[in-house]
Design a protein around this ligand. Sequence first.
Ligand SMILES: CCCCCCCCCC(=O)SCCNC(=O)CCNC(=O)[C@H](O)C(C)(C)COP(=O)(O)OP(=O)(O)OC[C@H]1O[C@@H](n2cnc3c(N)ncnc32)[C@H](O)[C@@H]1OP(=O)(O)O
Length: 160
Amino acid sequence: MSTSPETTIAGALTPHHDRCFVCGPCSPAQVELDLRCPGEEGIVGDVVLDARHQGVPGIAHGGAIAAVVDEIAGSVLTRLGVRFVTASLTTTYHAPVMTGERLTCSAWIESTVGRKRTVVVELAGAAGRVVTGRALCVDVPEEHFTRLGLGSEVTDLFGR
Ligand SMILES: CCCCCCCCCC(=O)SCCNC(=O)CCNC(=O)[C@H](O)C(C)(C)COP(=O)(O)OP(=O)(O)OC[C@H]1O[C@@H](n2cnc3c(N)ncnc32)[C@H](O)[C@@H]1OP(=O)(O)O
């Protein structure tokens, strides 16, 4: 486990590390995320996108929402100790997400085939479902990162 001061090590699902664009406290766009584990697999939580994440004024940017979906899907796998990267991400926007709107999220593994896991992420507001995302995540060996010159500051992030 890394002891880098840049790395937040805790039982909480996020932040994964302090400089994560979505969940890190050093990010100027840090999203308010509170993720919890109700059981063996899958997570639930609350999410709020604010004025820093808007596209159309007052409405959350679709790209920001996709980043949150990626983050939540990744959290499902990191808590299980899976070392992965996202290979493909699809996001269906059922209704606008208003800035400042508190959303509930739930996420779970839909299928596992070889190295590929599909993680579903659902976001809902007070009026019902607003977003469904699917992340195709592929298990990778440690060498995936070390061959890029990355070390324990990355590899230690998985499995907690
Ligand atoms: C610290 C934790 C933080 C967690 C929260 C944050 C989450 C953020 C997660 C990310 O955003 S990761 C960063 C963005 N993603 C990447 O950088 C991935 C870049 N792509 C790659 O590195 C490679 O393309 C990849 C590792 C995904 C696959 O290359 P490989 O050579 O290892 O595998 P291969 O190409 O043999 O594919 C393995 C399987 O996945 C399938 N596959 C790969 N890419 C696919 C794709 N794009 N769409 C559909 N299937 C795909 C492929 O067909 C194959 O299926 P089969 O096993 O059935 O033959």
